[in-house]
Design a protein around this ligand. Structure first.
Ligand code: ACO
Length: 402
């Protein structure tokens, strides 16, 4: 493939593929997807098995290092992360500069970008111990940054991490706890969030991961590359869809719960109206993550005693779409984002914050891809071509003659 590409380039031919629908930008040994069959595997392990038996920290290890850890390796990895959860006090002050109603995604991206100014000792992409240190720093500090972005938005004081807790529990406490009050972690809530993080942990060459790889291909450091990935995830056609789904469901509820009317608007291709949380570039079958999440939404809402009318609207919407020719012909099924928002909402997160949770889950995948890219001898700086459609050539005219 690479040789053929080089040959075509030397003859002046360009592969024109807007949106990279059929362009392989890399080889990768991290995640396998069969979109027609609805299969997703991390390092060969089916997502269903990992969802049932593993934990987010173990899956992070698996994605980054390629193998499931032994008990000792997992313990060491956990300890290493726990040692790095604190932020530099000066970095905390960054949050003062943002408006209180700022969206937490650009706040998070800016803070991650700023890590490359605070940790200049770990920026060399070709020094293994450096990359290892940056990896651990990111896994440890991004949950703290995410929790602080939330605290800032509601005007509450920041809580220092409690390193006797697990990664997800620590994040929940920093997000929902208060300084003077003990915070009791609900194991059901922690388990549900851990599961959602596992399901989001990687998805091969999606928009944000490709962004991380592209930025990293210029040999920009890991913090800089991940910061760019967070901004790619922000968009409503990618990670931002989880918030957009909730807004869509809220809108349907507010207009009397008429699902068919909304579906008709989608089918009529009304400008800006799509069935959010449906459709996928790669899955032309039910997204295997959505299957697990749908079952989890039922279970967690029941356990928490939450009776959310939006869950019923979502289910009716899914049923209506799956039996409608428009969606059947186009192979549009629920994707990972369709039911996640309902769970996040039941766990107490505001809609605006959902995409930050996606970023926390996707972080190990981004890191794994950046490391694979930087260690691959065939990596070249990413530099797509174009078909020029502008003026051929013209002569400059003085401003008085225009
Ligand atoms: N609602 C209505 N119609 C849709 C939808 C949708 N959600 N998704 C695709 N279609 C239609 C398109 O209008 C198009 O129809 P046409 O052939 O008549 O023009 C056809 O299906 C193919 O759609 P494309 O936009 O070409 O598909 P593409 O692979 O480029 O887009 C995407 C994939 C962006 C995910 C799209 O399905 C979408 O916008 N979905 C809603 C947003 C969303 O849920 N994003 C999250 C994706 S998962 C993730 O990133 C985590």
């Amino acid at each position: 493939g690479i040789e053929l590409g080089k040959l075509l380039a030397s003859t002046g031919y360009i592969t024109y593929d807007p949106g990279f629908v059929n362009t392989g930008s890399t080889s990768s040994a991290i995640t396998y997807i069969d979109g027609d069959a609805g299969i997703l595997r991390y390092r060969g392990y089916p997502i269903e098995q990992l969802a049932e038996h593993s934990s987010f920290i173990e899956v992070s290890y698996l994605l980054i290092y390629g193998e499931l850890p032994t008990a000792t390796q997992l313990e060491e990895f956990t300890q290493k992360i726990n040692r790095h959860t604190l932020l530099h006090e000066d970095l905390k002050r960054f949050f003062d500069g943002f408006p209180r109603d700022a969206h937490p995604m650009p706040v998070l991206s800016s803070a991650v970008s700023a890590l490359s100014t605070f940790y200049q000792d770990s920026l060399n992409p070709f020094d293994e111990p450096n990359v290892e240190l940056s990896t651990v720093r990111l896994l440890a500090k991004v949950p703290t940054l995410a929790a602080y972005a939330y605290k800032k938005s509601i005007g509450q004081p920041f809580l220092y991490p409690d390193n006797s807790l697990g990664l997800v529990e620590n994040f929940l406490r920093m997000t929902f706890g208060l300084p003077a009050e003990p915070y009791e972690i609900d194991p059901e809530v922690a388990k549900a969030l851990d599961l959602l993080f596992i399901l989001h942990a990687d998805h091969e060459q999606n928009c944000s991961t490709s962004t991380v790889r592209l930025v990293g291909s210029s040999e920009a450091n890991l913090f800089a590359s991940i910061s760019a990935g967070i901004m790619a995830l922000f968009g409503p056609l990618h990670g931002g869809a989880n918030s957009a789904v909730l807004e869509m469901l809220d809108g349907i509820k507010a207009s009397g719960g008429n699902v068919s009317e909304f579906v008709n608007r989608v089918k009529n291709k009304e400008k800006g109206v799509r069935l959010m949380g449906f459709g996928h570039r790669v899955y032309k079958n039910y997204d295997p993550r959505a299957k697990i999440i749908k079952a989890t939404a039922d279970r967690i809402l029941n356990k928490l005693g939450v009776n959310d009318e939006l869950l019923d609207i979502a289910k009716t919407l899914e049923e209506t779409a799956l039996s409608d020719d428009y969606f059947v012909e186009r192979k549009l099924y629920p994707n990972v984002d369709f039911y996640t928002g309902l769970i996040y909402r039941a766990l107490g997160f505001p809609t605006k914050y959902f995409t930050v949770l996606f970023a926390l889950g996707r972080l190990p995948g981004w890191i794994a891809h950046w490391r694979e890219m930087i260690n691959d001898p065939s990596t070249k700086i990413g530099r797509p071509r174009q078909i020029y459609t502008g003026e051929k050539q013209r002569d400059y005219s003085p401003i008085s003659e225009r």
